[in-house]
Design a binder for this molecule. Sequence first.
Ligand code: PDD
Length: 280
Amino acid sequence: RVAYVNGLYVPHAEAAVHVEDRGYQFADGVYEVCEVRGGRMIDERRHMGRLQRSLRELRIVMPMSLGALGVVLRETIRRNRVRDGIVYLQVTRGVARRDHYFPAPDTPPSIVVTARASIPAKVPAPAISGAAVITVPDNRWDRVDIKTVGLLPNVLAKQAAKEAGAREAWFVRDGVVMEGGSTNAWIVTQAGAIVTRPAESGILRGITRTVLLEVANRLGLTVDERDFTLDEAFAAREAFISSASNVVVPIVSIDGKTIGDGKPGPVARSLRDSFYDVAE
Ligand code: PDD
C-alpha cells in the first residue's frame, strides 16, 4: 500500500507527518471520505465542493488546484489497486511551532491521501439484516457543518455504540435526533413520509444524504426535510443511516426498542437500490 503525503507517494507503513503538524496538535484540519466503486470515485465533484467549503470556513488556503488534487486522488486509488473501497483525503493548516494563532501565511497545508479496498462483500451484512443504534446526548460544538478532523465526541459516541453491540450512535439534542457519529439519520413515518433533518445547521450536509433526497424525488416518494424527535423515531415504520461508506443501512432497533417490524424496510431498500442511478 502507498499513501500520498505532501507531494510524495510513500509506503503506507512509513507515511507520516511532522509532530508539530497542526492537525495532530489542534485537530486543525479537514477531511473527506469518498466511496470508490469499479475503480472510480462516487460523487467526486460534490465531495470536492464540500472540501472547499470546509477549508474556506477555517481559512485554510489550498496550495493545489482541484484538478491537481483529483489527479492525486485517482493516482492513489490506482497505486493501491482499489476497485471497491474508499479514498481518504486530509488537509491541515500545516507544520509550525505549537502556538494557537495561525502560522505564517506562507506555511503550506499538509495534504494526505490514502485509499483502501473494502471487505469483498459488495452489500455489507448490515445492509441486508439491518443494524442497531443507540442514542447519546449531542455534546458537540455548533460548527459540525464543517468536516473537521476534530471528532472526539464522535469517537466516544461510536465506541459506546460498539460496546453496546450497535453500529452507530445518534446524537440527540432537546429530544431531536441530529445525526449519527459518522452518518446522517433518517426515518419513514407510519404515513410513509421520508424524514431527515434540514442541513442548514447542527449536522454535516452528507453527500449521500443530498443524493438520496434526489433519489427519493425521482422515485416519487414523499420527502419531508424537517426535525424529527427520538419519540417519532421509536414510532417510525422504518429508520436508516447514510454515508459514503455505508450508502444506506437500515436501522431495526434504537436504544434496544424494535423499529417497525424489526426488519429492513422497503423504502431503505429502494433508496439503496437506486442510489447509483443518481450518484455521479
Ligand atoms: N462520515 N455526518 C457525519 C458526522 C459524518 O462524519 C458523515 C461522513 C456523514 C455522512 O456524510 P457523507 O454522506 O458525505 O459521507 C454525516 C465519513 C464517511 C467518515 O467520517 O468516515
